[in-house]
Design a protein around this ligand. Structure first.
Ligand SMILES: Nc1ncnc2c1ncn2[C@@H]1O[C@H](COP(=O)(O)OP(=O)(O)OP(=O)(O)O)[C@@H](O)[C@H]1O
Ligand SMILES: [Mg+2]
Length: 326
């Protein structure tokens, strides 16, 4: 899906390369965190994937194509298969929520019928139904980022790139956004997310690629993921990280409680179901409309009673179904 082969990127007029000999491959359906200190090369990686920059040496292949082989005039078409989300949202300030999301489709020449169907679906998926007519400045930061995510996915891209999408948000809102991306990934979309948020990354137990001064120093693929009991918790040293960890814990607890509540009162007719069988989760209408390549197993929760984070269903139990981890 995304392959870096010995990629080095040296910007003009700089002494040290921004990326040096970077090698990795992301498979379809994976959720990958790209972490590292400021200046370690995270954004450079994402820019190479979007062909906003080209490698000085080495090869970047995306969706099976060597990006060098794509003619400049074809680059906009190539980018349609990639949705992008940024730290600063990048919404059009004078357009409404609906128009911001529809705009992506309009410039690609989508039919009016498709736009009328796809925009409400995308807004429903991010939990913004009913706010179509608002302008960006009439929304909270988290809501603005959700508009940006709706815009990124409305075209049903195969890949979503997110560059510090929670960088401007408070910890609780960041959890919402993280879980929204996890949910999008659960629908089959490959997600690559650059972030500083060590607490989130450790809690979410997805693949982690770490850069240090442009070099890849960690690629934790298949490194014991899936068994949450073995994953050590980060000591909440940074205030921001501690709050984020607490928020995520809370969300998980609510989620577990909700699942338990759903599982309980289902008196099955005889013969009884297998003792180990989990409660059958229901897919909510917003998901049915998306061409899911993987089953989305979310419990049926009364959405009115829960915040967005709670109904995004980040349950470690889902991870097996999400996609390949190699
Ligand atoms: N257009 C550019 N021209 C020159 N140098 C650049 C350019 N873009 C990035 N760099 C340099 O490349 C290195 C990697 O930058 P990059 O933006 O990829 O890091 P990052 O990990 O995304 O950092 P941050 O967490 O602060 O966003 C840095 O030393 C940066 O100064
Ligand atoms: Mg960056």
């Amino acid at each position: 899906m995304i392959r870096f082969e010995n990629v080095t990127k040296r910007y003009r007029g700089t002494k040290r390369p921004a990326l040096s000999g970077v090698d990795f491959e992301v498979q379809r359906g994976e959720f990958v965190f790209l972490v590292g200190a400021s200046g370690s090369g995270k954004s450079s990686c994402l820019q190479l994937i979007l062909r906003e920059e080209s490698p000085t040496s080495g090869r970047v292949a995306v969706l099976g194509r060597d990006l060098k082989s794509i003619a400049n005039r074809k680059v906009p078409y190539f980018r349609r298969s990639i949705g992008s989300v940024f730290q600063d949202f990048r919404l059009l300030p004078s357009k409404t929520v609906y128009q911001n999301v529809a705009f992506t489709l309009q410039v690609t020449g989508a039919s009016r019928g498709f736009i009328q169907q796809a925009v409400p679906e995308a807004l429903a998926l991010v939990g913004l139904s009913g706010k179509e007519k608002r302008l960006p400045h009439e929304l909270s930061g988290g809501e603005q980022q959700r508009v940006a995510i709706a815009r990124a996915i409305v075209n049903r891209p195969q890949i979503v790139l997110a560059d510090e999408p929670t960088g401007n948000l408070d910890p609780g809102t960041s959890v919402d956004i993280m879980q929204l991306l996890a949910r999008i990934n659960a629908g089959g979309t490959t997600v690559l997310m650059a972030t500083h948020e060590a607490a989130f990354v450790d809690q979410m137990q997805r693949r982690v690629i770490e850069l240090r001064d442009g070099e890849m120093v960690r690629d934790e693929v298949g490194g014991g993921y899936g068994d949450t009991s073995n994953v050590p918790r980060l000591e909440p040293e940074a205030i921001r990280g501690a709050a984020a960890t607490a928020a995520l814990q809370t969300v998980r607890e609510v989620h577990r409680e909700t699942e338990a509540a759903i599982a309980e009162p289902v008196p099955a007719p005889a013969p009884a179901p297998e003792p180990q069988a989990p409660a059958r989760p229901t897919v909510k209408p917003a998901d049915e409309a998306r061409p899911a390549t993987h089953p989305i197993t979310l419990p049926a929760i009364d959405v009115a009673e829960l915040g967005v984070a709670d109904r995004l269903g980040l349950d470690t139990g889902d991870d097996e179904e999400v996609g390949p981890v190699s």
